[in-house]
Design a binder for this molecule. Structure first.
Ligand code: DGJ
Length: 545
C-alpha cells in the first residue's frame, strides 16, 4: 500500500526526470542555504553525500578499481571521494594527461556514483609527495620549507610564487577538463583542494622567504577581517589576540605574542592564502563547491608535532579571512570525539561535511547522527573499499535507509525539524525536543533483550528523526527505543496513534511493510528498532488526559 506521506514543494523525481527531457541543463553543483543549513544542490535537488573515501592509491588504475565498484554499490554509496594526483595528470610541465581520469569517471558514472575529487597538489598530509617529478627535482625553482635547523623537507613552501603558479595552472587545467567532459553530467560534484595541509616538523617554515615575511607587519587584509569580526571570533583565537590588547598594527609577534601559537597563526594565513588562490583559479574556470580538510590536533600536542596551521577550529578565523574562495573547512576523524569536533566545526555557520572517518564499527551510527544532529552535507569513511564483507556492512545498511530518507530529510533541513542521536554504553540516553514533544531516546540494549546487552562495551547506535507534521514523525536508524512527553501541556499523556515500518519508493512514496503494534511497540508504550535492524518507521502521536 502506498501513502503519500509528505510532499516536497517542487515535484516528484519521476516528474523531474520527465521534465528534463525538454528542460534547460541542470545548474552546476552548488551550495544553497535553506534556513540555517547549507545544502549541496546537484542536478537542481539537494543531495546528501553517502560517501566513502578510497584508499590513496586505489583510484589509479581501472584494473585495481574493477572489483571495487560492486562493493561500493552493495554498500549503497552514492559518492566516492577520490584523489587526483598532480604527478599523474601533468607528468611533464604543461603536458596534461587525463586519459586515466576520464576512464575512471566514466566507470563511476556507469556505477551511478558521484565523485568528490581530492586534489593531491602541493600538499598531501603536509608532504608534497604528489608533486610531479619536474617539480620535485627542481628545488631551485620550486623551493621547499626549512625547519628550525635549516634542514629542508619534502614540503613545498607556501612562500614561493613559482610553487603557487605551478599548482594553480595544474588545478585550472583539471577544472577546465572537468567542465568540458562533465559539465552536463555532473558526476563530479565537489572538490577538496589539497589534503590535510600543515607544517611539519616545526610550527613554522624557517626558509629565507618565510623568515622575511615573518619579520613583516601582519597584512592589513587580515587585520581588517579580524577587526570587522571581533565580536564573533572563536574564543581560542580571541584569547590569544586579547593578550596584546587586540593590537591592530605590527609584526606577527607584536600582535599575537612570541611563541608557537604565533608561528602557527602565521602559517595558517599563508597556507590559506595559497590554497585560496588555487581554489579561486579553479572556480574561475568551473565554480564547483570547494573545501579543505584538516588532520585534527590532539590535546597537549604542540603545533609542528601535529600539522601546524591547517584548517583547524582554533584557526578558523584565519582560514575564513584568507580563504574567501573556500566554501568550508572539514574535520578528518581518526580520534574518537565526534561531537566535540563537530561542535567546533559548525561555529560561524561553517557547513559540516565529514570527508574522512576511520572505517570502524561506529561509522553507520555516526553517519546518521551527523546528518541528523548537525544537518551535515554528508559523511565518508576512509578506505571504504577495504570492506571484506560489503553485504553485511552496517554502513551499507544505514546508507540504504538514509538514501531513501534523503528527500524527506532535505525538504525539512534548516527548520529545527531534524535531529539525530548517537548512543553507546557511556551515553545510553539522549533527550530531544521535537516540536511540542520531548523524545527520550535510549540505546536498545537498555531493554536488556538483545544478546550483547550484558557486555562491557555496546555497539554504537544512531538514528535520525524528521518531523513532518505537528504529530507526525519519521525515524531511520538502528538500536534505539523512544518514549514521549508533551512539552506544552505536561499533564497530558502521549500515546502512539499509528506506527508503520516501511520504505520510500519512487523518490517520496511511502510504502508500508508492517503495521507496528503489540510487542513491537510494547503495546503502545514506545517506538523501537533493535540494534541488528536498520529500518525506517513513520509514527503519529496523540494526547490523552
Ligand atoms: C588522512 C589522509 O587525509 C588520508 O589521505 C590518509 O592518508 C589517511 N589519513 C590514513 O591513512
Amino acid at each position: 500500500m502506498f501513502i503519500s506521506a509528505f510532499t516536497i514543494p517542487t515535484c516528484t523525481y519521476a516528474q523531474k526526470k520527465d521534465q528534463n527531457v525538454h528542460s534547460e541543463p541542470h545548474q552546476i553543483p552548488h551550495l544553497n542555504k535553506q534556513g540555517k543549513t547549507y545544502q549541496l544542490i546537484d542536478d537542481d535537488k539537494p543531495f546528501l553525500i553517502l560517501g566513502g573515501e578510497l584508499g590513496n592509491s586505489s583510484f589509479t588504475s581501472l584494473e585495481y578499481m574493477a572489483p571495487v565498484w560492486p562493493k561500493l554499490r552493495t554498500m549503497h554509496l552514492n559518492t566516492i571521494l577520490a584523489p587526483v594526483y598532480w604527478e599523474l595528470i601533468e607528468p611533464a610541465e604543461g603536458k596534461f594527461d587525463f586519459e586515466l581520469l576520464d576512464q575512471l569517471v566514466k566507470e563511476a558514472r556507469n556505477n551511478d556514483l558521484k565523485i568528490v575529487f581530492i586534489w593531491f597538489g602541493s600538499w598531501k598530509n603536509s608532504m608534497s609527495s604528489h608533486a610531479p617529478s619536474w617539480v620535485k627535482k627542481n628545488q631551485a625553482r620550486f623551493p621547499r620549507i626549512k625547519d628550525d635547523k635549516g634542514i629542508s623537507h619534502e614540503i613545498l613552501t607556501p612562500f614561493s610564487e613559482n610553487n603557487l603558479q605551478a599548482d594553480m595552472k595544474a588545478y585550472q587545467e583539471l577544472l577546465r577538463h572537468i567542465k568540458i567532459t562533465d559539465g552536463n553530467d555532473h558526476t563530479v560534484i565537489m572538490i577538496q583542494t589539497e589534503n590535510e595541509i600543515g607544517m611539519l616538523p616545526t610550527a613554522r617554515d624557517f626558509s629565507s622567504p618565510a623568515n622575511e615575511r615573518f619579520r613583516e607587519n601582519v597584512p592589513a587584509e587580515l587585520i581588517q577581517y579580524l577587526e570587522r569580526n571581533k565580536e564573533t571570533l572563536v574564543p581560542e583565537f580571541s584569547e590569544i589576540w586579547g593578550k596584546t590588547g587586540f593590537k591592530n598594527s605590527g609584526t606577527w609577534e607584536e600582535i599575537f605574542g612570541t611563541g608557537l601559537q604565533t608561528d602557527e597563526i602565521f602559517m595558517a594565513w599563508y597556507f590559506s592564502k595559497y590554497t585560496n588562490s588555487v581554489a579561486g583559479a579553479g572556480k574561475a574556470i568551473y565554480p564547483l563547491p570547494m573545501y579543505v580538510n584538516a588532520a585534527l590536533n590532539r590535546p597537549l600536542v604542540k603545533p609542528g608535532s601535529y600539522p601546524s596551521g591547517g584548517p583547524l577550529p582554533h584557526l578558523m578565523d584565519i582560514w575564513k579571512a584568507g580563504g574567501t574562495s573556500i566554501d568550508f573547512l572539514s574535520p578528518d576523524f581518526y580520534s574518537p570525539d565526534l561531537k566535540h569536533w563537530c561542535d567546533l566545526y559548525t561555529r560561524q555557520g561553517n557547513p559540516l561535511f565529514i570527508p574522512e572517518h576511520r572505517f570502524d564499527s561506529t561509522v553507520a551510527a555516526k553517519a546518521a547522527y551527523s546528518i541528523g544532529h548537525y544537518e551535515s552535507i554528508g559523511f565518508s569513511p576512509f578506505s571504504v573499499e577495504s570492506s571484506g564483507n560489503p553485504e553485511n556492512e552496517p554502513l551499507g545498511k544505514m546508507y540504504k535507509i538514509l538514501g531513501q530518507m534523503t528527500p524527506i530529510i532535505t525538504a525539512h533541513q534548516g527548520q529545527h525539524k531534524i535531529e539525530g542521536v548517537l548512543l553507546d554504553k557511556q551515553n545510553q540516553e539522549t533527550v530531544l525536543k521535537m516540536g511540542n514533544y520531548e523524545f527520550t531516546v535510549r540505546h536498545s540494549y537498555t531493554l536488556g533483550y538483545e544478546k550483547d546487552s550484558g557486555k562491557d562495551t555496546w555497539n554504537m547506535t544512531g538514528a535520525i528523526f524528521v518531523q513532518t507534521g505537528d504529530d507526525e514523525f519519521y525515524i531511520a536508524g538502528s538500536g534505539i527505543v523512544v518514549t514521549f512527553r508533551n512539552l506544552v501541556n505536561p499533564s497530558l499523556n502521549v500515546g502512539i496513534l499509528k506506527d508503520e515500518e516501511g520504505r520510500f519508493e519512487n523518490y517520496n512514496e511511502w510504502k508500508v511493510i508492517r503495521y507496528m503494534n503489540g510487542d513491537q511497540t510494547h503495546q503502545g508504550r514506545h517506538i523501537r528498532i533493535f540494534s541488528d535492524d536498520y529500518s525506517i518507521q513513520r509514527f503519529e502521536l496523540y494526547n490523552y488526559d
